[in-house]
Design a binder for this molecule. Structure first.
Ligand code: PLP
Length: 358
């Protein structure tokens, strides 16, 4: 039974969690190098890439920082339509990068033509976009945005945050021509928090050579030197990498497409439920996330009361993010959650509504 219908950290399968109790090995040992190589290699399928995958002992925000520090030569354009793209903008500016904003309304997609227009006005060497805005339940049209960037400004690198989508959708980094794609462990990959992954293109690695002050911990050139020897410059989260190695087998056995279909079916179920109960979906139709649904709280349901009620049944959903608190609520349907789990949650929410809001 699933407990956490929040967009991370999510429930971890007991067998996956168990992997972390395996005896420790030295990270500079052949044994670890094999596991590290295997885990990174299997992860490539998630990204849809033949390129390198780095496993980072940090949460995803660390890799947002890595992208900015390593790839932005002069100027980066950050597409902002939610809390996590807003954070990426702050990450860029606090790292001293000259940063432009392309702001869109929350709940509405970033449109490729707007990205193209921004690139025509000013030359940006890097563009950053969040694929799945966890704060609004919106999935930006990354393939179309990438195509617009390629056509308008071919030398511009494209960085994508897939923190809350990778593992829950079919993703095609190489086909779409992306340069830096990052994700975190504690969302659609259904692992504990603590590691993150980035797939990085050859031209991004070339760019890093030209960018000064890349720092130490997230220096892609240093990470690459070690990666080629199946290791890391600093001590990695060995236990989490055992879990990643194991979880990747489970994900690949289910199949990435089957997994994406399972998530999409749950999105449709939440949409139907919300509409039938007099709520609305916050994100625009056609751009709704398959991994987290953000519902506009038209019935002014008491969300903390709901979570107390759900807590007695060992379940939990998320309130709206930031200013959207109580105006929206979010139901995550990622990772290990299956339709039967979602039905149990929705039935409990119906019970709560009948008792308190009828
Ligand atoms: N980007 C997105 C889209 C997120 O949802 C989150 C966290 O919820 C982050 C970035 C930050 O990731 P982390 O908490 O792993 O640093």
């Amino acid at each position: 039974m699933a407990h956490l219908f929040v967009p991370g950290p999510v429930d971890v399968d007991p067998e996956v969690a168990q992997q972390q109790t395996r005896p420790m090995v030295a990270h500079r040992s052949k044994e670890f190098e094999e596991i590290f190589h295997r885990a990174a290699d299997k992860s490539k399928a998630l990204f849809g890439t033949q390129q390198r995958v780095f496993i980072s002992t940090s949460s995803g925000t660390g890799l947002q920082e890595a992208a900015m520090r390593n790839l932005v030569r002069e100027r980066v354009l950050v597409c902002i339509n939610g809390a996590f793209s807003k954070r990426w903008y702050e990450v860029a500016t606090t790292n001293g990068k000259t940063t432009g904003k392309l702001e869109g309304e929350w709940g509405k997609p970033i449109l490729p033509e707007h990205v193209a227009a921004a690139l025509q006005e000013v030359h940006y060497d890097t563009v950053a976009v969040v694929h799945n805005e966890t704060s609004t339940g919106l999935m930006n049209p990354v393939p179309e945005i990438a195509q617009a960037v390629r056509e308008t400004s071919p030398d511009t690198l494209i960085c994508v945050d897939t923190v809350s989508s990778l593992g829950g959708v079919v993703f095609e980094m190489d086909k779409w021509g992306l340069d830096f794609v990052l994700t975190s462990s504690q969302k659609a990959l259904a692992l504990p928090p603590g590691i993150s992954l980035a797939a990085v293109s050859e031209r991004a690695m070339e760019r890093a050579k030209e960018v000064p002050d890349r720092g130490w911990y997230f220096d892609l050139l240093r990470l690459e030197k070690h990666r080629l020897a199946n290791s890391t410059p600093a001590t990695p989260a060995v236990s989490l990498i055992y879990a990643l190695d194991y979880q990747m087998d489970r994900i690949l056995t289910e199949g990435i497409e089957a997994r994406a279909d399972r998530h999409a079916a749950m999105r449709r179920r939440v949409e139907d439920w919300a509409k039938q109960r007099g709520f609305a979906m916050f994100a625009e139709d056609g751009y709704r996330s398959n991994t987290v649904s953000c519902v506009t709280n038209l019935r002014e349901m008491d969300i903390s009361g709901l979570n107390k009620f759900l807590g007695e049944r060992e379940m939990r959903i998320s309130n709206g993010y930031g200013d959207l608190k109580n105006k929206t609520f979010r139901i995550a349907h990622m990772g290990e959650i299956h339709m039967a789990d979602l039905q149990i949650l929705l039935a409990a929410m119906d019970e709560y509504l009948a008792k308190n809001h009828s």
